[in-house]
Write a protein that binds this ligand. Structure first.
Ligand code: ATP
Length: 353
């Protein structure tokens, strides 16, 4: 649905050229919700603005729905942009217009008649849950309601693509959840392709099917959200994920020295990640049964979900004869899960006294 081919964007600034995008290749399939995550200044806004040509790339090609936007004339582009709706962090509503008028605005601009506008705006008001607010002004609305107006307005021209530029960054966590749910609902109902620009991994986790991590104008890593979450490759990706997944040691071990060498009475700490149906597998029970000489302590565990895929994380501690502990570890390694050896650590909490 969207194809970016070697996009570069260089801005001229008083202090010299700024290379905001340095060769971006990206493909987004129809109906997908695609996240683009990056730190401030990474180039996210530039990238999303290149998709609808609000910003013209310095070089490279942009295709939306098979049409190359980068070679269109201004009038062709105006037409093509009807396929691309956009919502913004600060909503960008007309303060002197009512909710109804804001939603109707793009239709009015396109020269639609009042009865045609009415026919389109009413269902949109219903879709975003603002029927009762049609005649209020933006100043009378909450942030979440303002973004609902932004979404309805973006959908008025029946686009195939919705671009969301930090659309929930100005909202509290609860309102963010509700708006993300609405976007996903719309994605399903209208088969809309959605691009979500964000600096928050939680947003990616809650709504996106795929994600690209952008860093200093290049794509550092991209893939399905579940793969990126469970097997991040780049340090920047790991950093984004670490905000959501605590990599702290369990309290009883925090502050202790982690060694890769076995030591008497030390626990071998192992972090396990279970994905999908494997999340229910009785792997630990099997290990305990097979290695009765190894004492297994469950130190941390949580079960989460990414889209509809269960995703479990656990830290266990193994103690016992060195050989047996190594065999137990090998047993885990042979199983279909991700394991990461943290190292040998001594407990320092009260239970050790
Ligand atoms: N109009 C402009 N003129 C000059 N430089 C610009 C312009 N717009 C953006 N830049 C620069 O391009 C780089 C990428 O900016 P961009 O706004 O795309 O990043 P971003 O990831 O969206 O960041 P943020 O989340 O802070 O908005 C930055 O170094 C920025 O300073």
């Amino acid at each position: 649905m969207i194809k970016l081919s070697h996009i570069e964007k260089t801005y001229d600034s008083p202090s010299g050229p700024v290379k905001a995008l340095k060769g971006i290749d990206l493909e987004i399939a129809r109906g997908e919700i695609y996240g683009i995550i990056g730190l401030s200044g990474a180039g996210k806004s530039t990238l999303v603005r290149c998709i609808n040509m609000l910003e013209r790339p310095t070089s490279g090609q942009v295709f939306v729905d098979g049409k190359e936007l980068t070679k269109m004339s201004a009038s062709e582009l105006r037409e093509a942009r009807k396929d691309i709706g956009m919502i913004f962090q600060h909503f960008n509503l007309l303060s002197s217009a009512t909710v109804y008028e804001n939603i109707a605005f793009p239709l009015k601009l396109a020269g639609a008649a009042a009865d045609e506008i009415e026919k389109k705006v009413q269902p949109l008001l219903k879709l975003v849950g603002l029927e009762a607010k049609a005649h209020q002004y933006p100043s009378q609305l909450s942030g979440g309601q303002k973004q609902r107006v932004g979404i309805a307005r973006a959908l008025a021209s029946e686009p195939k693509v919705l671009l969301c530029d930090e659309a929930t960054s100005a909202l509290d966590p609860q309102t963010t959840k509700a708006i993300l749910e609405l976007i996903r609902d719309i994605n399903r109902k209208l088969q809309l392709t959605v691009v979500v620009i964000t600096h928050e991994m939680q947003v990616v986790k809650d709504i996106c099917d795929k994600v690209a991590v952008i860093d200093k104008g290049v794509i550092a890593e991209q893939g399905s959200v579940i793969d990126i979450f469970t097997n991040p490759q780049q340090p920047i990706t790991k950093e984004f994920i670490s905000v959501l997944l605590s990599n702290d040691l369990p309290a009883a071990f925090r502050g202790s020295i982690v060694s890769q060498e076995p030591a008497p009475d030390a626990y071998l700490l192992v972090r396990l990640t279970f994905i999908g149906e494997r999340a229910d597998d009785p792997v630990i029970a099997g290990m305990i049964r097979n290695f009765p000489e190894v004492e297994t302590t469950m130190l941390f565990g949580n079960l989460d979900q990414i889209r509809s895929t269960p995703f479990g994380r656990m830290i266990i501690g193994l103690t016992g004869p060195h050989e047996r502990v190594q065999e137990a570890l090998a047993y885990l390694q042979a199983k279909d899960l991700k394991e990461e050896v943290i190292g040998y650590v001594h407990r320092h909490d009260s239970t050790a006294h």
